[in-house]
Design a protein around this ligand. Structure first.
Ligand SMILES: CC(C)(COP(=O)(O)OP(=O)(O)OC[C@H]1O[C@@H](n2cnc3c(N)ncnc32)[C@H](O)[C@@H]1OP(=O)(O)O)[C@@H](O)C(=O)NCCC(=O)NCCSC(=O)c1cc(O)c2ccccc2c1O
Length: 265
């Protein structure tokens, strides 16, 4: 089994269990974390014993809080990576393409790029203590690819626009009511519940599930092109004065002053 630094990966019954393990940063991801997540999802794809993948976060506070904003404030990027590029877009596509159900077990706050991961999971089960939301415009970032377009498919245009344009946080019950997640359970039952969903999937035809997942995806696969363009834009915006003001303000624990740096054209 591959040893990882930022995540853990184990096979538990029919489930490939991937846990983001950076609790000191509320399970925010850096480039290395994303490399490791890709590697774990690829292992799960080819392992016949794995019939569903569970994605969760370590500790009780956070599922994943997206990009590591402190790292970005320090270096303007998400740090070194195996292939020399930040592969979050590849991870998004992999979560969609892996022909097995991806179950997000949301154990705490899912925000920013961490929220996008739970949106892209095939199903999401949340602890009653979990919270949900987007944060990009607060920290000089955005996901104008799957993070916005696919979210709108999940919760509808009005709600998706509210989520991104006001950066509020929502409870697990709110998330369930808007169709953002599939089930809420007491926090101490979260992993048991997610594993039982994986076991249920394991009793079904793998090929039928593969065709169904590919069919569901086909209707939104064009969003991958949008995602490529959005990530190119984000690379440029992230290092702009406005993008950096958001990250720097977060790292310095102050309110961002976007007015002083915005380029109104
Ligand atoms: C998540 C919070 C709302 C929690 O607030 P709370 O008050 O409960 O806790 P603290 O704020 O005190 O946080 C505890 C502790 O964790 C650190 N931390 C939390 N989140 C992050 C993070 N994302 N990066 C680094 N560190 C984090 C926090 O600093 C505290 O540490 P101390 O040492 O001070 O104790 C709140 O923390 C919050 O709003 N967090 C930031 C959420 C956020 O803005 N996420 C990033 C959005 S941008 C993004 O995700 C993104 C995704 C992509 O896919 C990209 C792709 C390409 C380019 C850019 C991308 C990108 O930017």
């Amino acid at each position: 089994m591959t040893q990882f630094e930022d995540i853990t990966y184990e096979v538990d019954g029919a489930a490939g269990l991937i846990t983001i393990n950076r609790p000191q940063r509320y399970n925010a991801f850096r480039a290395k974390t994303v490399d490791e997540l890709i590697s774990a999802f690829q292992q799960a794809w080819t392992d016949r014993a794995v019939r569903a993948v569970i994605l969760t976060g370590s500790g009780e506070k956070a599922f994943c809080t997206g990009g590591d904003v402190k790292q970005r404030a320090e270096t303007g990027d998400y740090g070194p990576s195996e292939l020399g590029r930040f592969r979050i877009s590849d991870l998004h596509k992999l979560m969609r393409d892996i022909p097995k159900p991806v179950i997000a077990a949301v154990n705490g706050i899912a925000i920013g790029g961490g929220h996008v991961l739970q949106v892209l999971a095939d199903v999401s089960i949340a602890a009653d203590t979990a919270r949900f939301g987007q944060a990009g415009p607060r920290v000089g970032s955005f996901d104008a690819g799957f993070g916005s377009a696919y979210l709108a498919r999940v919760v509808g245009e009005k709600k998706a626009r509210e989520i991104w344009m006001f950066c509020r946080q929502y409870s697990a019950d709110d998330a369930l009511a808007m169709g953002l997640i599939n089930k809420v359970v007491p926090a101490d039952q979260l992993l048991t519940e997610a594993k039982s969903w994986a076991a249920d999937a394991a009793a079904l035809s793998p090929t039928a599930i593969k065709f169904l997942k590919q069919s569901f995806n086909a209707d939104t696969d064009h969003q991958a092109g949008l995602s490529n363009m959005a990530m190119t834009a984000l690379d440029m915006f992230g290092v702009s004065p406005e993008g950096m003001e958001g990250a720097t303000a977060f790292a310095q624990k102050r309110t961002p002053d976007f007015d002083s740096v915005v380029d109104w054209h």
